[in-house]
Design a protein around this ligand. Sequence first.
Ligand code: AMP
Ligand code: MN
Ligand code: ZN
Length: 741
Amino acid sequence: MASSNDNKSTEGGFQDGNSDPNDEETNELCPGFKDVDAFVKYGLGAVLSATKASAGLPQAGDDYDFYRSFPGFQEFCESQGDKLLHLMSQIMQHHGCRSHMRDRNKLTGLEERFDLVVDSNDTILERAGILLDEADGVNRSQQPVMPAGFQPPKIVVSSWNRKGSGSGSRPETFRLLHAKNVARPQLKFKEKVDNSNTPFIPKIFIKPNATKPLPSYFTNKQIRKERPEDLDVPAALADFIHQQRTQEHVEDMFAHPYQYELDHFTTPENLLSKPEVQMYKPMAETKCSFIDTLEDLVALNEKLCKLSEFAVDLEHHSYRSFLGLTCLMQISTREEDFIIDTLELRSEMYILNEAFTDPATVKVFHGADSDIEWLQKDFGLYVVNLFDTHQASRALNLARHSLDHLLKHFCNVDSDKRYQLADWRIRPLPDEMVQYARTDTHYLLYIYDSMRAQLLEFHHGQPGLLQSVWNKSKDISLKKYLKPIFTEESYLELQRKQKKSFNTQQLTAFRLLFAWRDKLARQEDESTGYVLPTHMMSKISEELPKEPQGIIACCNPVPPLVRQQVNELHLLVQQAREMPLLKVSKDGCQQWAYVLSLETKSDQTSLSVAHMKASRIIESFENPFRMVRGDSLKGGGKKRERVASEVGESTPKPSKKLMKSADKPQKTEPPSQESFTPFDYSQSDLSVFAGTKSKSNTQFDPNRQAPDFKKKKSNFGAGNRSMSYMAGKSERGFRHNWPKR
Ligand code: AMP
Ligand code: MN
Ligand code: ZN
């Protein structure tokens, strides 16, 4: 205010805002300045002196009232105030924000004006953030790379995963979601995706190349068939029934189906000695087959079973699905390339287990960590005898370990990784994408030969280094897919990553929004990032907008589901605002102890009981925090454990090819839910706070993948509704550690 008086620079600074934004575009970026830096320096100086000057104004309560009694001072304040409000309105208009700053009839309260300024600042800063990101090469809107001229089909549907109750009597209601959608492949899946908040159970129901037979849980249709979700009985009873049925099988249900075979696998001698490096065939002279029928897949499997090695890669899509979808499998032999449409053959892919688990055939992958998980998640496929060229690259200490680098280094091939993040759901697959996908496996067997040769040379013919690569690869094939599990504490882990200290209201909002987006993402089969990106969720929690419009203002671009459910979100934010506001303490524990004791007190029955509860809560909160913060426990839930009883167990050794395709049993139903029922959060024990230490030792812990049965027999309730699971990694995406490419 005063600055416009004594500081010309401020006026100059505002001039741009003052002029009509339409004729602002001159040739010079910042008229009168030699470059952007000079302009920024000048602008910062102006802002600084304006801030100083305004801080120097008499404060309300001290001299202000005295000065205010002079009409001259009053007039001056009014005119300067008007001028400022006008300038602010113009800036806000320029940015397309609500801008009734000066209109005193419409808005009276200072508070509302303040909110307007806050909203506008957010919008402007968010836009600046996006532009900076774009300049940095990050594209937040995540538009997939499309080949030039490609027009995705305009099929737009949602709520696909809802149970078609009344079987056909009522038409499905599809809602329009997004204009640029690709057809949702999930619609055509024979088995619906299981997004329920229950741990992943292997999809396997037939086990080729077994030296230890598949446990009866997987072969017995009766045990698997009915999940609690399907039973038309109260939840608790359904849980109980399911628990009784599965009790004896818990150990098997979460073990790696090929743990025994992998534990007993030793790399054949010939793979530890000097290889004959076989040159790849030029791509142009190589036959490439697109496999999208069962017949072709069976033929491919038979072909692969005769080989001593083949290369594999997968392409995956994770934005428009909760658990992600494996869209493509590329396989290269020494002679041919194959592209399998795994969206089409999703339910049949399991037949490849015969080749994939054959210990006599090497499967070469590059950076197989994610692939191993995706194979289990989508197809129930496992790999025995894996060679990971990414691990080999590490052992060889190459400059970089990406596939592009290996292609350049060993084959002098320039690859274009532009399509890596393409939308692999697109069908028919454009030629450019097929070409890209082929390149990922076409040269891999030659690279495998070359790397083995080098690994031996490195150690003067000693197999130690090469053996270490085989061992590391085996460890990767022992990885188990873990489903993201929502727990009452999952949000805390994510919130901590935001590097923002939240007060109790903000933290409550974050918790409620986190639960909302998890529930919706599972229901609609969308990624949580699609439903509500974390940075927006964090922003809404920080701002706690008073009105639905304020929630929209926190999001740019506004996610379709946020727009659709903005009133729902608004209620959640209101609920958070009703929390007692407490100063942020550096120690989250302490802060939560406050909140918890307050929540407990709010339903007072007797104070002493409340006190007891509060202290119990505080005790119970020690663990989750240690778990999240303590380094020793990092990823503890994910630790690969071997089931002790399996090792050294004497089992009858069936002949190697126990289940050749010829004597495969008739296809039993795979272990998936026929009907998906979204998790009923309303029944969840939303306040572990209440102190009723809910049967903690009978709770199933989904993050413990190989339970320690020696110590305690665990009761399993797959449909466990109380959700008092232990904290664990659940924010999907964070689990992925993309190998450098
Ligand atoms: P690739 O093995 O390089 O073909 O990658 C396989 C799949 O991993 C791709 O289809 C993507 O879905 C995913 N992916 C690869 N790199 C990244 C990355 N940097 N960020 C996110 N997803 C990735
Ligand atoms: Mn890959
Ligand atoms: Zn690939």
